[in-house]
Design a protein around this ligand. Structure first.
Ligand SMILES: Nc1ncnc2c1ncn2[C@@H]1O[C@H](COP(=O)(O)OP(=O)(O)OP(=O)(O)O)[C@@H](O)[C@H]1O
Ligand SMILES: [Mg+2]
Length: 647
């Protein structure tokens, strides 16, 4: 029975003037179990013919059938599957993968054929032991002699059964003793039923074969049998490791690809690190910027909350900086009183203020006197550090009481004496101190200002002499929505004044403004950082393209032993993704480190969140997939013969 049938096979390369007809109308058949030597001078077309027999190339004309299947009719993946299952290659230059051990090199075809891991490693070890390499299983190709490497490649050819073994000048690179050893192994394999097709230009090597086909200028010029044909095909041991289930196969192949990717990345540590740098910086800056934005937002909002929660301030004029606001006389104490009666208002206090000179004994300083209602301290969340605050009836009675802050106390009473009961003079008006307000850290404005609080009635009648007030502070009930209350207040006061000659200002609205502003800033800077990520991605793509070029031969070998395009694509895509994902991981680590450094240096805490980290990881991996795709596709689309012939 013929395992290979060639019918008028022709093959040409190039076109037009460069057209080379390498093979002319080649027809012959190879019986199962035969040992054929193809000989001829250099350039006679031996390798070209061998590539067609090995299903690595297709004929330009005529047909080549392997086990009755026309190879020209198969797509790239089916050809790969055919190579993987029936054919075994032995190359002149061994073509072992340099990063894999003898055992792994031997087992490689079984990985792509989806054979179980344990069994395939066992079989590889057995094959190597039979070929006298039992003690070299873990050695890398560079740690083996030429003859030993060639024996590893014979073991690899037998891995999936090796029904047909194709050897192109297998002894070409070996000394005569190793060459004879290899030929003895091949003869032995033939006697155990393997079909062997061998290319050589050495008559001594050809003499091992049972049949010799001589090529000259792409034509068969001689086809002789050296001895009567006897097939041992019936005795062939075609046992191969068990096939795993499709799921186990997928997982196993992914694991192999992962291991090989890690090996490839590790083999070029510095290069990998430099490639990742763009991603590392990109991810670190995005993470830092987002954390910085959140940190400062949290800080500002804490400051705002310190100013009093759920309050609305009402000022005359159309806004801060309105120079005509001084002429608006309509905001009055009665406005504050009406507001206090509204259902959504907890309390309301009119405010007026005056700056002037504060005198106590021989100390004279500039201070700010605020005229406020009794509920002011509650609205602003102030607590007495000592003494007490004034009450409603004292406000109504124009009492000459004053509450000072801790700055003022320190200024006027540096000796630590009790301020309560002392009389101070503000713009020559005597005021009696009844309490000290605890200092409150409100992040805005100068904190060394001297503040005093007296009843607004006292300030209006005795200090400034004005009838209108500077502002009203309203504290809302807890359940009230600030925006709705704001609207109600505006409607009420507009009705009272006949026009909107005032404006409102709430902590809620600043909070929103701050949130919006920091979010916008964060988005903007993160966008810029994103550009660095894309640049990093291009770096990865560049290195992957280089890597594919460097490893073209490896890709060719993988394809020859049965790797399909998707396997190659997967391998390189995984490598790019891994590169970017590790970059992302390092970037996050860098960001955390920077955050810790900033916190310990300036005491400002960056707020990192798990979702940003996760997003950064997903994003960097996505960059790996996106920018790794083109190099990986280039690798997968390589032509196996071109890849194999690349240096
Ligand atoms: N990819 C190619 N493009 C163009 N011409 C090619 C290509 N491959 C082979 N040829 C040509 O086809 C002819 C046969 O080449 P082939 O490699 O089959 O020779 P060979 O018999 O294997 O020689 P050697 O003994 O030196 O290995 C040569 O003339 C060669 O120049
Ligand atoms: Mg050749």
């Amino acid at each position: 029975m013929a395992v290979i049938e060639l019918d008028r096979v022709g093959k040409f390369f190039g076109s037009g003037e460069n057209r080379v007809q390498a093979l002319h109308e080649i027809s012959f058949a190879v019986e199962d179990g035969d040992f054929v030597a193809i000989i001829g001078q250099s350039g006679s077309g031996k390798s070209t013919l061998m590539n067609i027999l090995g299903c690595l190339d297709t004929p330009s004309s005529g047909s080549c059938r392997i086990d009755g299947v026309d190879i020209a009719a198969l797509d790239a993946d089916s050809q790969a599957a055919l190579r993987g299952s029936r054919l075994g290659f032995i190359f002149q230059r061994y073509n072992l993968l340099s990063k894999l051990s003898a055992l792994e090199n031997t087992a490689l075809p079984a990985v792509y054929a989806g054979r179980e891991k344990k069994e395939r490693l066992e079989r590889a070890a057995t094959l190597l032991a039979e070929l006298g390499l039992g003690n070299k299983l873990k050695n890398l190709p560079t740690e083996l002699s030429g003859g030993q490497q060639q024996r590893v490649s014979i073991a690899r050819a037998l891995m999936n059964g090796g029904r047909i073994i194709l050897a192109d000048e297998p002894t070409g690179a070996l000394d005569s003793a190793s060459g004879e050893n290899v030929m003895a192994i091949l003869s032995d394999l033939n006697r155990r039923g393997h079909t062997i097709i061998l290319v050589t230009h050495d008559p001594k090597v050809a003499a091992y074969a049972g049949r010799t086909i001589r090529l000259s200028d792409g034509r068969i010029v001689e086809d002789t049998r050296n001895r009567p044909f006897r097939s041992f095909a019936g005795e062939r041991n075609t046992a191969t490791p068990r096939k795993s289930s499709w799921l186990a196969e997928g997982v196993d192949r992914f694991r192999e690809a992962l291991r090989m990717s890690l090996q490839a990345i590790w083999a070029h540590k510095l290069r990998s690190l430099l490639t990742m740098l763009g991603i590392i910086i990109g991810i670190a800056s995005v993470a830092c910027v987002v954390a910085l934005g959140r940190g400062s937002q949290a800080r500002i909002i804490a400051d705002i909350n310190a100013m009093g929660t759920n309050t609305i301030d009402i000022y005359p004029g159309s806004g801060f900086g309105d120079r005509r606001s001084g002429r608006v006389k309509t905001l009055t104490v009665s406005d504050a009183e009406i507001l206090a009666k509204q259902p959504y208002v907890m309390s309301s206090t009119p405010n007026t203020s005056a700056s002037g000179t504060l005198v106590y004994r021989n100390v004279s300083v500039t201070a700010q006197l605020s005229g406020v209602g009794a509920s002011y301290f509650d609205v602003k969340g102030l607590e007495p550090a000592s003494g007490r605050f004034f009450n409603e009836s004292e406000v109504r009675a124009n009492s000459s009481y004053v509450v000072i802050d801790e700055n003022t106390r320190n200024k006027l009473f540096p000796g630590g004496e009790r301020p309560e009961g002392r009389t101070i003079f503000f713009n020559r008006q005597p005021l009696r101190i009844i309490g000290v307000a605890e200092k409150k850290d409100v992040g805005f404005g100068p904190s060394d200002r001297l503040n005093l609080w007296a009843p607004y009635t006292t300030v209006m009648h005795r200090v400034t002499g004005e009838r209108n007030i500077a502002s009203i502070t309203v504290k809302l009930r807890d359940s009230v929505v600030p925006a709705l209350a704001d609207k109600a207040i505006v409607e009420l006061l507009t009705a009272r004044h006949g026009k909107t000659d005032f404006f409102t200002f709430s902590t809620d609205s600043i909070r929103q403004t701050v949130e919006n502003a920091t979010n916008t800033m964060t988005l903007l800077v993160a966008g810029i950082a994103l550009i660095s990520l894309v640049v990093g991605g291009i770096g990865v793509m560049n290195i992957m393209l280089v890597s594919v070029t460097e490893r073209t031969r490896e890709i060719g070998v993988r394809m020859a032993v049965g790797a399909r395009r998707i396997n190659i694509l997967e391998q390189f895509l995984l490598e790019a993704t891994l590169l970017c994902a590790s970059g992302g991981l390092l970037g996050i680590a860098l960001a955390l480190l920077l955050g810790a450094a900033v916190e310990s240096a300036v005491g400002f805490s960056l707020v990192y969140s798990f979702d940003t980290m996760l997003l950064a990881m997903v994003f960097s991996s996505a960059i790996g997939v996106a920018f790794g795709f083109i190099p990986a596709r280039n690798a997968a689309r390589l032509n196996p013969i071109e890849a194999l012939s690349r240096e």
